[in-house]
Write a protein that binds this ligand. Structure first.
Ligand code: NDP
Length: 322
């Protein structure tokens, strides 16, 4: 089968399309035919070496498809079931393995492409808005990269919960998408000062919460956008990791709270994982949550998908199809 692997870390040119044997599931694992694999920034971090993996490494953590084999002791899934996961062991491949405990069933009303778009970015948007800072009616939230994979879903979930949302985006075309997802206001942070926009949006008070996936470039401005005792949620490094800072900064800026969450700690048990996924799938199946697939590439062109994602050219979800 075809798989996209790296033998050393670095730029997108390190991605190699290679023929490798179809893997056999070990005890507790399921193998499935990948119908759609999600491209995520975390794949870029592994490729670059910011996050570590043993080499050679088949990239990709998110995919959906149909079960082709089950390992010893797997009771929940059978050959022919449709499943997906955000913890796939090498999703950029024709077939992939996943621990049965990390997989979820895909209901009939949800396509494999939708599932691959929701399992990592959607569950992230879900936990951020529902659990990290549980938004309630009237809360004011700043969502960076609002036309991105997580961003478009996070805006929609925040609006479902009654929050007012200011989104930041890089271009006018992305601003349209963020507005379409429900953002009350949009700031082109490549042109305008988003901290000033946040002050204006909140009548000078400051945001209740900032969801910041951009990291290095926006961290300081995000901190300055918060109200006293507001919550800084730094959950990504799209522009680079956040530099070190002293806790005293939080006192100086208004007794702020800060958290650096990650999806694994918000899908701690199979019950939490399946509950979160099931709610997202139900919203998507009913049309209450729009899932935008901005680009689909053949698996062999994964390097182009990475270049587009890193180059800020993508909107919504980017998928690979074997
Ligand atoms: P996106 O679709 O959001 O793509 C990244 C976007 O970030 C770009 O389109 C761009 O939007 C913006 N951006 C701003 N500055 C830069 C820069 N210097 N280089 C590249 N992009 C930049 O990606 P994802 O939805 O896949 O992921 C969003 C973020 O969320 C990532 O940082 C990812 O690591 C993080 N994440 C964290 C998780 C967690 O649990 N902690 C789980 C999932 C994702 P624009 O042009 O509008 O500025």
């Amino acid at each position: 089968m075809l798989a996209i692997r790296i033998h050393e870390t670095g730029g997108a040119e390190k991605l190699r399309a290679e023929e490798i044997p179809v893997p056999a599931p070990r005890a507790g694992e399921v193998r499935f035919r990948v119908e759609a694999a999600g491209v995520n920034f975390i794949d870029v971090y592994f490729r670059r070496g910011l996050y570590k993996a043993d080499l050679p490494h088949t990239l990709g953590q998110e995919a959906a498809g149909t079960v082709t084999a089950v390992g010893e002791g797997v009771a929940d899934f059978r050959v022919g079931d449709r499943i997906g996961s955000a913890k796939v062991l090498g999703a950029y491949a024709g077939e992939a393995l996943v621990s049965a405990a990390a997989a979820v069933p895909i209901p009939a009303g949800v396509t494999s492409a939708q599932a691959a778009a929701l399992l990592l970015q959607g569950m992230t948007a879900h936990y951020l808005a529902v659990d990290t800072f549980p938004l309630k009616a009237g809360d004011q939230a700043l969502v960076h990269a609002g036309a991105g994979g997580v961003g478009l879903l996070l805006i929609q979930i925040a609006k479902r919960r009654g929050a007012r949302v200011l989104a930041t985006v890089g271009t006018e075309a992305k601003a349209e998408l963020a507005r379409g997802a429900g953002a009350d206001a949009v700031c082109l942070y490549t042109r305008d000062n988003f901290t000033a926009a946040a002050r204006e949006f909140t009548g000078g008070r400051g945001m209740d919460v900032v969801y910041d996936s951009v990291g290095k470039d926006t961290f300081a401005g995000s901190i300055d956008s918060l109200r006293p005792r507001g919550m800084m949620v730094t959950y990504g490094n799209s522009s680079g990791p956040v530099p070190d800072f002293a806790p005293l900064l939080l006192a100086q800026k208004g007794s702020l709270f800060i958290t650096r969450p990650t999806l694994a700690h918000y899908t701690l048990t199979p019950a939490e994982l399946r509950g979160r996924a099931a709610e997202l799938f139900a919203w998507a199946a009913s049309g209450a949550l729009g899932v935008r697939v901005g680009a689909t590439y053949p698996l062999a062109q994964a390097a182009d998908a990475h270049r587009a994602l890193e180059g800020r050219e993508t909107t919504g979800k980017v998928l690979l199809v074997p």
